[in-house]
Unconditional design. Sequence first.
Length: 523
Amino acid sequence: MDWAMGSISQNIANVNTNGYKEKETLFKTVLSETHTAQVNPVTTAGNKNIFGVRPVDRNLITQAGTITPTTVWSDMAINGRGLFIVTQPDATGAPSSGNASNTLYTRAGNFTQRAVDGNNYFTTADGNYLMGWQADELGVVMPGSLTPVYANIGQSSDGFATTEIQLVANLPSNAAMTGSTKTFTDTTSITDGFGTAQDLTMTWNRVDGDTWEVAFSLPANPASGSVGTITGSPVTVTVDADGNITAPTTSPSGTGFADLIVDWSAGPTLQSTASIDLNSDKPEFEEIAETMTIYDEAFEAHNLTLTFEHTANGQWYMRFQPVAAEGTVSDLTGDGTTYGEAIPITFDGAGNILTPASATFTVTWADADAGSNTVTLDLRKLTQFSGDSATRLGVKVIDQDGYASGTMDSVEIATDGKVIAHYDNGETKTLYQIPVATFVSADQLDPISGTLFRATEQAGELTVAAITDQGSGAGIVAMAVETSNVALEDQFTKMIVTQKAYSVNANVFKAADEMSQVVRDLV
């Protein structure tokens, strides 16, 4: 009876202990002795077996307590089966490698933080370390070895250089187009053999996104059929992403000048030379521009302008233009094909993109510490429909994977057990995932205390898995704890029943003693 009262008093004392599991004392009959009555000396008729009792404890580990909200961000409760896995510290109080001898299990989720060797670990009230699966640098969790869980709020984290951009947008099909041919006449650049100004006609013909051919011609002479012949025509002209002429470069007059030799059909001067400035009336691109952010290798943000030039129905050229003083773009490819300054884009009649599905480019930054970025641009969700505006890209999403350095300012515990860090740069990152341990017969675990348990052979096979594998809405509840599963009214009822049994049993012994005394006195 004393043993049962001890269990009851222990339960009552821990009625407010988070994660405490009720200890229930039952009584088991045992054969204490056998008496043979001398009724028939020949037979054993009349034998009597005398039974006693002994206490047997049962721990109600699988019986859940009530999940109660708290205001502590590191508190958590298991809504479902299983227990948190914790490991005991080593001799110095630091985390130890988890092994069978120092691994314990608990439902008490009132975790606190403990700073050890620069890390802020999750620990139980008695100093055991919470164990979990650690995520990699990208925040991906691969279940495997368990390690102590920590989250260092206030710790700085490196950013990430941009490597991928997804563009979800619409190019307006009603946007203005750049003509494939442009012709104009220069009346001041050239004089014939008599010193008379002649009209020099220049015709620009589009070759591709970077290249034009410029053909020069003189007016016909009504008498001879020509006032002269031109050597050096046509001239191949290339332009950069800003539309500036980059070739020809051979003229002494500078880049963008064409050097012509003219043989005149009449006059005192039969040959002359002229340097024609091609920059004076070059074709202008009809472009739509969109500026996006890109992060360099030092995690600094830059503006990168993406321009689209409309050249024909369903035909566009795409270019990249960083701020000139910050970097240069090179190595443009579209679906693996290398281009110069512009990548051609084509759409079908329904406005869906045909080519390319993706483009790549490299930005080399002027600052040596910023390095260079090779970026893949996903174009699969680019469309061409008539837009609300003929001069603007209809942007839905521009999603790029780069970000600046940041400082961890808070931590969140997700329902699947993931420990997610939030940074002041707006980024989040998974640090750990907290699994739960389940046993075939968890009530057979060895109680180290009312909240801590050790694995036993009787508990059966151990399984470590994510809480969400259980299905049926199981999960980790953040900012909450599981209270004791002790019902105070039940304990008082058990105490009364135990006390009553003790009293009745005492009276039986008293009556038996008195009867023995009477028999003794009669003898």
